[in-house]
Design a binder for this molecule. Structure first.
Ligand code: NAG
Ligand code: NAG
Ligand code: NAG
Ligand code: NAG
Ligand code: NAG
Ligand code: NAG
Ligand code: NAG
Ligand code: NAG
Length: 282
């Protein structure tokens, strides 16, 4: 069995183009589960291929799906296979630099020992773009004495698609009668990025709600909704009212005093002169 397989491979190698076929043969042994990698766009990633150095190694290929990315071969020059120019292969370790969004995907490290024994390792690379800090819009209504508020959190230009989580919506012990009415992630064809939106509704009780939302690890500011007129407000308002009353009383008293003094005061010189003049005319 093994020797006939070896013969087939030897034959195969003689045929032009078979080498490429070898690159893309379905692999027979997947070692370990898929390893997950998440890296920001423009960043770097390193994949280690666990080559057993006590065995005779034929090649180590690094592929994205079935596309050759980079590799090592014990007897062949692989440069004709055009290794990706943002990669490096050293000591069976693959380095990728300046990651692009399109480089997300499943990568494989294929290790061939002695032409017969093959191992494959898989890596799931997700190239990420940070979402913008979430912004809010709030809208409150009073319907039949029940105040209800609607809060929308929105964040843009992220990758991959993520939905919002509500970090905080405290209102005493319960969730403030919170109901999620929308929880979307939309793809923008122009930017090739996602925007995420969540809308939640509250029936406001007597307590205010501290609200925080978060998408892909990016957290919003804290806002207060359903804010009832606070004690401080009441103090300020009654303070203003008291001051206003005091002012009104003061003005009233001043006017009263002016009127009284006006009635008792003797005529001025000018007034006396006019009076005298009028008396002398006829
Ligand atoms: C990625 O690697 C390049 C080249 O080694 C280096 O200049 C750059 O700072 C690295 N970027 C990050 C985010 O580590
Ligand atoms: C490496 O290969 C040798 C010889 O085949 C084997 O005895 C050993 O267990 C292997 N080591 C690992 C870490 O797989
Ligand atoms: C690498 O290759 C891509 C196309 O595959 C090309 O757009 C880019 O300019 C190349 N970069 C360098 C540094 O050669
Ligand atoms: C190659 O990697 C092995 C472990 O995988 C390490 O022990 C060795 O020092 C590395 N050699 C070089 C030249 O980096
Ligand atoms: C790779 O990771 C992404 C993001 O976590 C996930 O959506 C995708 O299903 C994974 N792919 C595979 C083949 O596991
Ligand atoms: C939005 O949906 C995601 C997944 O569908 C879920 O994990 C998340 O909790 C939801 N968020 C809200 C606020 O309902
Ligand atoms: C808010 O209260 C109204 C009437 O009291 C009720 O119909 C509605 O379902 C409540 N909404 C939430 C989000 O609890
Ligand atoms: C997609 O993004 C562009 C650039 O930010 C913006 O002008 C456009 O309105 C967006 N399209 C949608 C459907 O949101």
């Amino acid at each position: 069995m093994a020797s006939s397989y070896n013969m087939k491979i030897t034959l195969c190698l003689r045929i032009l183009g078979c080498f490429l076929l070898l690159l893309t043969v379905s692999t027979d042994k997947v070692v370990k589960g898929m390893q997950e990698f998440s890296k920001p766009v423009g960043g770097n990633v390193t994949f280690h291929c666990p080559v057993n150095k006590t065995k005779k190694l034929e090649f180590v290929y690094f592929q994205k799906g079935n596309d050759f990315v980079n590799g090592y071969h014990s007897s062949k020059d692989l440069s004709e296979h055009k290794p990706w120019n943002n990669t490096k292969c050293e000591n069976f370790t693959f380095y990728m630099y300046y990651l692009e969004l399109s480089q997300s995907g499943v990568y494989k490290c294929i290790i061939m020992y002695d032409g017969t024994y093959k191992e494959t390792l898989e890596y799931n690379l997700t190239v990420t773009v940070s979402y913008s800090k979430p912004s809010f819009t709030t809208e409150c209504n009073n319907r039949k004495d029940v105040k209800s508020c609607q809060v929308t959190c929105k964040s843009q230009d992220g990758f991959p698609s993520k939905k919002f989580e509500i970090v905080s919506a405290q209102n005493g012990n319960n969730n403030g009668g919170m109901v999620t009415s929308r929880n979307d992630s939309l793809f923008n064809l122009t930017t090739k990025l996602f925007s995420s939106t969540v809308t939640v509704e509250f029936n406001c009780s007597k307590k205010e709600v501290k609200f925080v939302c978060s998408v892909a690890g990016v957290t919003s500011d804290t806002i207060s909704i359903c804010t009832p007129p606070s004690d401080l407000h009441i103090i300020i308002i009654s303070g203003i009212l008291a001051l206003g009353l005091l002012l009104a009383v003061a003005v009233f008293l001043i006017i009263l005093r002016r009127r009284r003094s006006g009635a008792n005061r003797p005529a001025t010189e000018a007034e006396q002169y006019i009076i005298l003049n009028q008396k002398e005319k006829p």
